[in-house]
Design a binder for this molecule. Sequence first.
Ligand code: SAH
Ligand code: SF4
Length: 349
Amino acid sequence: MAALTDLDDQALLTLVQEHGGQPFQARQIAHWRWRHGVTDWSAMRNVPASLRERLAAVVPLCATTVARTDAASDGTEKLLLGLQDGDTVECVIIPDGERTTLCISTQVGCPVGCVFCASGLGGVRRNLTSGEIAEQVLQAKLRLPEGRSLTNLVVMGMGEPMLNLDQLLPALQRIHDPAGIGLGARRITVSTSGYPRQMERFAAADPSYNLAVSLHAADDTLRRQLVPSATATVAEIVTAAHRYFGRKGREVTYEVVLLEGQNDRPQDAAAMVELLGQLPCTVNLIPWNPVPEIVAARGLRRPAVGRVDAFAEALRRGGLKVTVRRQRGADRSAACGQLRLRHRDGAPA
Ligand code: SAH
Ligand code: SF4
């Protein structure tokens, strides 16, 4: 059943009017839910109890509940959210100095099946609804300590965002809406494993958000080994990213998950310089976060620090801007999809 957070303003207005309410009351209800994050109808003090009761009988206020939380010693906190159909998704709060970034999911599982990723291990179960996507932000905000507010959002949790744009775009609209959560579009980054047609649609969205592309390799043969279901070529993905985002004067971020001996060799760095050297972009190197099931089944390894540094240096020498992601939440199943995996298997995370 759709929850209140799945409704856009028009649908909420219609529902409220059908139950005897006035347009301004629809706005008040939206304000309580999106601005204040209330999870209980009775907290909506200026809405008459009779209207609240009629609405409560037909629409749940929340699509998600916090099923479990998992805090790491560096301040990172993972939330496992229970959905109405009994499935779960995760989001991660990452404090870093003045910044607080939230990483959210778009699907239950993922259909892409990148060989190094926990989210893709069981395939995809379903798309999240727009309410389930946007509620991750509301749930995270309720957990922030006094004085801390959410500054950045990354859509880099479970799932492939471009394969669920129908739900993601309205969710981002809600998250961005100044009358609601009010997070600036420039503080929102969506990461994709590369679907040119959908990237075009995403780029046309108003307001426009930042794009990160999970490239992993500049060579098509190698990339297909890492992202086996990839249909677009590297050239098509890079062209799409720059055609649409270059025009808006935005920089594209390329993400490269480094796996020892697979895509962290000098020739891999050289191919990346050749591909990206002349383009306005930043390359974010992510030393692989080992997933025990994947280590056991596929023997993948996280590269030693020296290899990561050498790769970064080779890119820099080739004129690229490079960042290396620090490991966060390292002492607890940190990689995307791992908390859900542990939870599903019934083992402690
Ligand atoms: N499906 C989208 C967004 C979710 S994954 C995408 O692939 O871009 C977000 C990022 O996490 C991607 O860059 C992905 O390659 C990376 N990632 C997934 N599993 C990882 C792991 N075990 N260690 C490090 N990075 C990982
Ligand atoms: Fe899906 Fe992204 Fe994981 Fe690949 S890395 S399986 S696209 S979530």
